[in-house]
Design a protein. Structure first.
Length: 408
């Protein structure tokens, strides 16, 4: 079986790029697969996963009929423009890492002054409501919340021969948008640390990073791009409650700040300037060192774009006590493997209470770590996820459903 896997690859700063790089070698053990990704510059190609050939989108289109199935890995940032456009040109299997595509499409249309295309897409999917929404957007009477309410993914989903999502919540929603199209839920795999940090213990990670040894400080981590949906106010206020109980607590914000200056103001408002460390964007090895070093991980996300979190999957596999919002894909994680925070309650209070419990009860923390590892081993194993992708591709190829191109 011949497969094409259309996705960004490293060094593109995208979680989906890392996701694909880690999973493709396992897919290659089960099928003949080529990766499709643009060059990173005139003289720099995307990093090829072990045992997998990488084609440019132009090379792919010259030979696309040779594949039994093509898997398009959609994300909601500008790095996925080529995936979106290619999937419209030659629809096949749509992998929706984010349930909503509205943010990406807004970037490709409104932010490039291609207003007619934006109007057509919204009107086609939502009728008169879509027309009014597009009109308000062009007049500046809008917020980002509408992008979550109107996912703008139907034109991709309904042309696909099959759809892959990462959660039961997304599976139910996309089933209503594209009835009759086969939908498969494949959990977000947990990945694996790069070889240079594989097997590194918490104690070794702390020594390598120059951090206090275990027991001398309680370390909390928040990983990935820092955005408003990550609820930084609730995180920082909750952490401030921990600091009031534990003066040795330190919070590491591991990722690029995309709050437009709001993060610094929040850190100052809650008086934790000397207890918060910002690392900026890190390569995967350094990312893992911090993940291995911390005692607890906080990963809040609301509103949700229907995404699953690679950070959460990695944290569970590493056996870190992890806190998530009880919504969307995170709601399906067993309650004994993570700590959950309700979106309609006092999130800061809940975060603070969870952190104080974890810091004061090593037995509770150890039990939670063991259960998170067990869940990751049984559900998030990369080999299992790779086999599910190949199974979807085989079913599509055997069904012989014709491809439906887009005129948009």
């Amino acid at each position: 079986m011949r497969l094409a896997w259309v996705s960004p690859l490293p060094p593109t700063p995208s979680g989906i790029a890392d996701y694909s790089f880690e999973l493709l070698p396992h897919v290659a053990e089960l099928a003949d697969v080529d990766a499709v990704a643009p060059r990173q510059g005139r003289f720099r190609a995307s990093l090829p996963p072990p045992g997998v050939k990488v084609l440019t989108p132009q090379e792919f289109f010259r030979r696309d009929s040779a594949y039994d199935a093509v898997l398009y890995h959609h994300g909601n940032n500008p790095h996925h423009e080529f995936v979106y456009e290619a999937s419209l040109r030659r629809p096949d299997v749509a992998v929706l890492h984010d349930f909503t595509l509205h943010h990406l499409i807004s970037y490709l249309t409104v932010e490039r002054r291609k207003y007619r295309r934006y109007f057509d897409l919204l009107e086609d999917e939502y009728g008169e409501v879509g027309t009014r929404l597009a009109t308000l957007r062009l007049k500046g009477v809008n917020t980002d919340f509408e992008k979550f309410l109107f996912p703008l993914n139907g034109h991709v989903a309904r042309r696909a021969r099959a759809i892959v999502v990462h959660s039961r919540d997304a599976e139910e929603q996309i089933g209503r948008i594209a009835p009759g199209t086969p939908v498969t839920m494949i959990p977000h795999h947990a990945g694996a640390p790069p070889a240079d940090v594989a097997g590194v213990s918490r104690a070794t990670a702390r020594r390598t990073l120059g951090l206090p040894e275990e027991g001398a400080a309680f370390l909390v981590g928040s990983f990935g791009f820092i955005t408003r949906p990550k609820q930084p106010a609730a995180l920082l206020e909750g952490f401030a409650r921990l600091v009031a109980e534990r003066e040795d607590a330190v919070l590491f914000l591991v990722g690029a700040d995309q709050t437009g200056g709001r993060l610094d103001r929040l850190i100052g408002r809650f008086g934790v300037q000397d207890r918060v460390r910002l690392t900026g964007f890190l390569d995967l090895s350094r990312f893992y060192l911090y993940l291995k070093a911390v005692d607890a991980v906080v990963n809040l996300r609301y509103p949700s774009a229907g995404e699953s979190s690679g950070t959460v999957a990695r944290a569970l596999a590493e056996g870190r006590a992890t806190m998530v919002n009880n919504v969307g894909s995170f709601a399906q994680i067993p309650g004994d493997a993570v700590l959950k925070v309700e979106i309609d309650g006092d999130q800061a209070q809940e975060v603070g209470e969870h952190l104080i419990r974890l810091a004061g009860d090593p037995v509770l923390r150890a039990a939670l770590e063991a259960r998170s590892r067990g869940y990751a081993r049984s559900e998030l194993d990369p080999k299992r996820c790779a086999a599910l992708y190949v199974q979807v591709a085989r079913q599509v190829a055997e069904a012989g459903v014709p491809r439906r191109a887009s005129s948009l």
